[in-house]
Design a protein around this ligand. Structure first.
Ligand code: KG4
Ligand code: ZN
Length: 478
């Protein structure tokens, strides 16, 4: 995620600075730049807690100087340089600059070609500009006259979160607002569909208004309206659909119906560029799927659950242990101090499919047996046993999937992607791939994910009409 440099990021930035430049800046230089934030901005790109790139802009009236752009040595050639450049260009344009200027060593062919790709042109040569006698090119890029990136307003209401977000097609996030009904449903031990629909109706208008206000845009600035068309609870989906259709009808905007799980997948693009072909392990309350993604328009389910979804199994096991809904985070926490003590059977399913109901029933039987023998269940140990079996199954199947369908990127998506042990196992097992783990705040349902996916629908010209039906059990292949 790209954000402004903070003092605590400086150690990492200095590492990159020292490996990238022969005349590196000192900590003092950076600190004075941070202090001088009216005239300059340093942005850092943070992926999994590591700064992978940074860029520095100096503002001078209508001109803007790109004084530095650097990518960590071990992370080069993965698209982070261009991602940062795009971000800097948008930032300067939003600030009202007309030009961006930079200097580059004439012998640095790699940087030159990157800048040319991004629209910079050489305007003059500075002789012996560098200490070693090398010449520099002055390069300039205009920022006016280009079309503003298109903006999408997206609505998510498929389950128990009502959310609205606005992003532009270059994935700059203008706003994202989410309200969760989880406290209400927790009282019933699960999501009650009728209650969920009713609460969406109560929330949706306020949430949309808040997203528009936060983004400081008007409806005239919005180029398309997106919403979750499926899968999800039918009543909940309808509320989002009606909201989106009303806006599209009244303001005469195209309408985009987004598949919820594509949202969980494409939000990872806010972290880093996706590389195709890509494998997505989709793990949520309603789905457990291995999806082979050849390009952004081609999705193939190569493995799915034959019964319960993984998140559902977590929730049910938590209920057996008399723990609150949603059970996933509870089991995640309990398992951290659990020890190998209880034995649970590993699900046996051929190929790439999954099954979790046997495992869930085994937990139920074990609890019954222990209780009737007068023993107290050690919840930590039981959570540990369940989680190790369930998550190792996911990892094993993902490994087999990658043997059959070699991929560059591997992503996890959906609510269960927040699980700390799953994240650990993914890092241990897929370090040889471009592994993308969404930050925790992106794992639960939100509208930013729908907006990120909608960018791909918009680019492909995939719109829906006012007669589009919501689809509670829509497949990602549709
Ligand atoms: O994707 P999501 O927010 O909603 C659906 O589209 O289903 O996923 C919700 C599921 C719930 O079953 C919840 O228990 C599970 O994600 N979950 C977790 C964790 N956080 C949420 N499961 C395991 N570990 C977690 N930390
Ligand atoms: Zn979801």
């Amino acid at each position: 995620m790209i954000e402004l440099l903070k003092e605590e990021d400086l150690d990492q930035v200095l590492e990159i600075e020292n490996e990238s430049f022969s005349n590196p800046w000192s900590r003092k230089n950076f600190l004075s730049e941070i202090a001088n934030n009216d005239l300059s901005e340093i942005y850092v790109d943070i992926v999994d807690g590591e700064i992978v790139a940074y860029g520095d802009l100096w503002y001078m009236f209508e001109n803007c100087d790109l004084t530095k752009i650097a990518v960590r040595k071990a992370q080069r050639h993965k698209g982070y340089g261009r991602k940062m450049m795009k971000h800097l260009i948008s930032a300067a344009r939003r600030r009202g600059c007309e030009f961006m200027h930079l200097e580059v060593n004439v012998n640095n062919k790699e940087a030159l070609s990157l800048y040319e790709k991004d629209g910079f042109e050489v305007v003059r040569t500075r002789k012996r500009y560098y200490e070693n006698g090398d010449d520099a090119y002055d390069m300039i890029r205009g920022l006016l006259g280009e079309e503003e990136p298109k903006k999408i307003l997206a609505i998510e209401s498929s389950c128990d979160e009502t959310a609205c977000a606005i992003v532009d097609e270059e994935l700059n996030v203008l706003s994202s607002v989410v309200t969760s009904q989880i406290d209400v449903h927790a009282r019933f031990g699960g999501v009650i569909p009728e209650v969920a629909s009713r609460m969406h109706v109560e929330q949706i208008s306020t949430i949309i208004k808040e997203a528009i206000d936060k983004a400081q845009v008007s409806m005239d600035d919005i180029d398309a309206i997106a919403y979750t068309i499926g899968p999800g609870l039918i009543g909940s989906l309808h509320v989002g659909a009606i909201g989106a259709k009303s806006l599209a009808f009244f303001y005469d905007k195209p309408l985009i119906g987004v598949h919820h799980l594509k949202g969980h997948i494409f939000i990872n693009e806010l972290i880093k560029p996706l590389q195709y072909p890509m494998m997505a392990l989709v793990v949520s309350g309603g789905h457990t799927e291995l999806v082979y993604i050849e390009n952004d328009q081609s999705f193939k389910i190569i493995g799915t659950t034959l019964d319960d979804a993984i998140g559902e199994a977590y929730d049910k096991v938590a209920r057996v242990m008399k723990e609150a809904y949603p059970g996933g985070p509870v089991i995640d926490r309990l398992a951290k101090t659990g020890k190998p003590h209880y034995q649970l059977p590993t699900p046996k399913v051929d190929g790439l499919n999954f099954s979790f109901s046997g495992l869930k029933n085994a937990v139920l039987q074990l609890v019954k047996k222990e209780e009737s023998a007068g023993n107290t269940i050690n919840k930590e140990d039981l959570a540990y046993a369940f989680q190790e079996v369930a998550l190792n199954t996911l990892v094993k199947k993902t490994k087999s999937a990658l043997e059959q369908y070699p991929c560059k990127s591997v992503v996890i998506a959906g609510g269960v992607a927040a699980n700390s042990r799953l994240r650990e196992l993914m890092k241990e097992n897929f370090a040889d791939h471009d592994l993308i783990l969404p930050p925790l705040k992106y794992c639960t349902d939100n509208a930013l994910m729908i907006a990120c996916a909608a960018v791909h629908y918009l680019k492909a010209g995939k719109f829906v009409g006012f007669d589009a039906s919501s689809m509670p059990s829509m497949s990602i292949e549709d």
